[in-house]
Ligand binder design. Structure first.
Ligand code: SAM
Ligand code: SF4
Length: 317
């Protein structure tokens, strides 16, 4: 269905858990998530009912996210049931990749058609630093496992952070020569609780164009990334610039958090609870959240924090 500004809303991002096996500094607090009561979170049946209600309202694409979706015990069942919902044409999943070596094949069999894998650096020590606890080797094995399982058009998501990985732009972009994957540089978003990143960390996506003058611009697909190609590469380069040039005018998505809150906008604290509702109740709230979707979020910068008032692991990115 269309929102009140005429945007067709066809994409739901479903966060299945707030938990994660990593602790990325820009995304979640070091001490993890506060323990929530089990009955405050959506059950598997409620998640599927919400996907069914959303599909009746015109949602066609579902992305499963988190937290880390692969730490969720019943993730395969959620994927399998979501992929079978009438009207859902594709189920994609965003992951840090570290659990893919044992799960990639099963995810594919469960109906996940596309994977986005997050990777911010190619340096082992920097990987452990930014994730606070992760192992770079496990992430790389995860990328390899995704290819072995037969996933195509894999996207590698890199959060561009000045003073951390802006010196690796060329090396990260060259992954598109090694793998048939797209590498997408995402501008760091200033969430309420990642204030350790000062002004210098907010590097605009155009830094990628400066580091790689040989990039050839491509026509955009229907996503939020501006697309480019490195000569001789198998995949493309994408620039996602929510800070320097937001894409609200063409936003086609809503979000559902693991604790059952519909979020019409990533950077707003507007939330609509569907926890405990029946099918018709959920459908009504989804409709309301689409109609109440704001035209645009407020400006973002080191000094202008997101209005979401949740850390990213509690939204789903
Ligand atoms: N755990 C999974 C992962 O890391 O891919 C899925 C959840 S994570 C919240 C989804 C995406 O949000 C990741 O690509 C992550 O890098 C990105 N992200 C988290 N915090 C961010 C921030 N402050 N600015 C930009 N991207 C962020
Ligand atoms: Fe976990 Fe993903 Fe957030 Fe990193 S970005 S802490 S992997 S949810």
């Amino acid at each position: 269905m269309k929102d009140s500004f005429g945007r067709e809303i066809t994409y739901l991002r479903l966060s299945v858990t707030e938990r994660c096996n990593l602790r990325c500094r820009y995304c979640m607090p070091e001490d993890g998530v506060c323990k929530k009561l089990h009955d405050e979170m959506l059950t598997e049946d409620e998640m599927i009912m919400a996907v069914e209600a959303a599909a009746e309202l015109g949602i066609k694409k579902l992305r499963i996210t988190g937290g880390e979706p692969l730490v969720k015990k019943n993730i395969l069942s959620i994927c399998r049931r979501a992929a079978a919902v009438e009207g859902i044409r594709e189920v994609c999943l965003t992951t840090n990749g570290t659990l893919l070596p044992t799960m990639a094949k099963e995810l594919r069999e469960a109906g996940v058609s596309r994977l986005n894998i997050s990777l911010d650096t190619l340096d082992e020590d920097k990987y452990t630093h930014i994730t606070r606890c992760g192992n770079f080797g496990n992430a790389m094995k995860g990328i390899e496992a995704a290819f072995e399982a037969g996933f195509e058009r894999i996207k590698i998501n890199t959060v561009l952070i000045g003073g951390f990985n802006d010196d690796e732009i060329i090396a990260l972009a060259e992954l598109t020569k090694k793998y048939p994957a797209d590498v997408r540089f995402i501008e760091l978003m200033p969430m309420t609780d990642n204030e350790e990143f000062g002004q210098a960390a907010y590097v605009p996506g155009t830094a990628v164009l400066e580091a790689l003058p040989q990039l050839r611009e491509l026509p955009n697909d229907d996503g939020v990334a501006k697309l480019y190609h490195l000569p001789g590469a198998k995949g493309n380069i994408g620039l996602i610039s929510p800070v320097s040039s937001h894409f609200c005018g063409s936003c086609n998505r809503i979000r559902l958090t693991a604790d059952g809150k519909l979020k019409p906008c990533l950077h707003s604290d507007q939330e609509y609870s569907i926890k405990g509702l029946d099918f018709e109740g959920m459908k009504k709230e989804i409709e309301r959240s689409i109609m109440d979707k704001p035209s645009c979020h407020a400006p973002l910068s080191a000094a202008e924090r997101s209005g979401a008032h949740r850390s990213m692991n509690r939204i789903g990115g």
